[in-house]
Design a protein around this ligand. Structure first.
Ligand code: AMP
Ligand code: ZN
Length: 133
């Protein structure tokens, strides 16, 4: 897709620190330099986020997340956070589907899981609103 930075990294038009590639997916280092090893996994096919991705694309991305995460574990990491944002209000800033892989070490002091203390509704209220069955 024109003007999509992740499409341009996949095609080689923009540089990227490639970690892994297969027919459907691509993984590369995030340039944020916020956490060592911060990696992004994207589909080669452009889609905006999880909400509009077709099931096959999502399955390919999930497989690559697992492959890369297990590779990092084999290099000596102790755990992995997998993060994803969908739409601007959820803090998505690049609108090409991507998952963040954050390799973790015991006692690394990183807090990759935000402390959320914003709930106002009680559980029964939310259950009645959200349940699908
Ligand atoms: P999100 O906020 O979930 O949409 O994440 C977008 C991520 O893309 C951020 O962590 C950025 O640091 C990263 N990013 C933006 N431009 C590039 C780039 N050219 N190469 C690698 N990562 C990038
Ligand atoms: Zn794209």
């Amino acid at each position: 897709m024109d003007n999509c930075i992740f499409c341009k990294i996949v095609s080689g038009e923009l540089p990227g620190y490639k970690i892994y590639e297969d027919e459907y997916t691509f993984a590369f280092l995030d340039i944020a330099k916020d956490i060592d090893g911060h990696t992004l996994v994207v589909p080669k096919k452009h889609c905006r986020n999880v909400l509009d991705a077709d099931d096959e694309t999502l399955a390919h991305v999930a497989k690559t997340i697992k492959t890369v995460a297990n590779h990092y574990m084999s290099l000596g990491y102790d755990g992995i956070n997998i993060l994803n944002a969908n739409e601007a209000c959820a803090q998505q800033t690049v609108f090409h589907l991507h998952f963040h892989i954050i390799p973790r070490k015991n006692d690394d002091g990183v807090s990759a899981w935000p402390k959320l203390e914003c709930a106002t509704a009680d559980l029964e209220e939310m259950w009645n609103k959200l349940k699908m069955i």
